[in-house]
Write a protein that binds this ligand. Structure first.
Ligand code: SF4
Length: 224
């Protein structure tokens, strides 16, 4: 292991410990339905939780079940998920993904995927338009409890701000770098606590560094 890699791992470990001291250690609450989590995550792309959750509720309330969504006209799906933004694009992708699932497995009960190798599931789903490494990693972590470290917009921003990856590193590259650096068993805790940090303390435009448990070693903290 190079000296830089060693330092990066040490810094990540320190951040995890400090965040757990500050926010507590989040514990995965247990299985969620695989397909519901995946579709919810697709709807959450490029929008906030409030809008994507409203879209998901309306989508489920507008149809009897997943087969009805699969055979629905795309425009009707788009109307149901309007609040999530990019509704036409997301509707088209959701319909195509449901079609692919049905042709592949003949069912929408996909919870058996949680027993498969997560790397294999990840690669398989990333072949579908609209499912990137972030979307499938979020699903594998929240639905199945797999020890992965999803890198969404907030986590990506914070990894750069904390100097855990070099400035300018893409989200995909950040995911790849962090995958080998986050200690085993800490993916969920670290992900959830970074989201808390981003919401409560280190907001994009106005970080509250004086209240931050990480200010001692954060390269972006102002020197006082
Ligand atoms: S010290 Fe400031 S910039 Fe660094 S993580 Fe904390 S709030 Fe964000």
């Amino acid at each position: 292991m190079s000296a830089d890699e060693h330092e990066a791992k040490k810094q990540i470990k320190w951040v995890i410990v400090r965040l757990e001291k500050h926010f507590g250690e989040p514990v995965w609450p247990g299985r969620r339905d695989f397909l519901e989590t995946l579709i919810g995550t697709i709807l959450s792309q490029n929008t906030n939780d409030k809008n994507s959750e409203a879209a998901y509720r309306k989508l489920r309330a507008s149809y009897k079940d997943w087969p009805a969504i699969r055979t629905s006209p795309t425009a009707r799906i788009a109307a149901a998920i309007r609040s999530a933004g990019l509704a036409n694009q997301k509707a088209e992708r959701i319909k195509k993904i449901l079609g692919w699932m049905y042709r592949t497995w003949g069912t929408f009960d996909l919870n058996f995927l949680c027993s498969m190798d997560p790397r294999q599931v990840s690669e398989l789903f990333q072949q579908q338009k609209g499912i990137g490494v972030k979307t499938i990693s979020v699903t594998l972590m929240f639905a199945c409890g797999h020890d992965v470290f999803p890198v969404d917009t907030h986590v990506h921003r914070l990894c750069k701000r904390l100097g855990l990856v070099p400035a300018g590193t893409s989200a995909e590259k950040t995911f790849a770098l962090m995958a080998s650096r986050v200690p085993r068993g800490k993916g969920y805790s670290f992900h959830v606590n970074l989201i808390r940090l981003g919401r409560q303390i280190c907001q994009a435009r106005k970080p509250s560094c004086l209240q931050c448990p990480l200010r001692k070693k954060c390269p972006s903290a102002p020197t006082l």
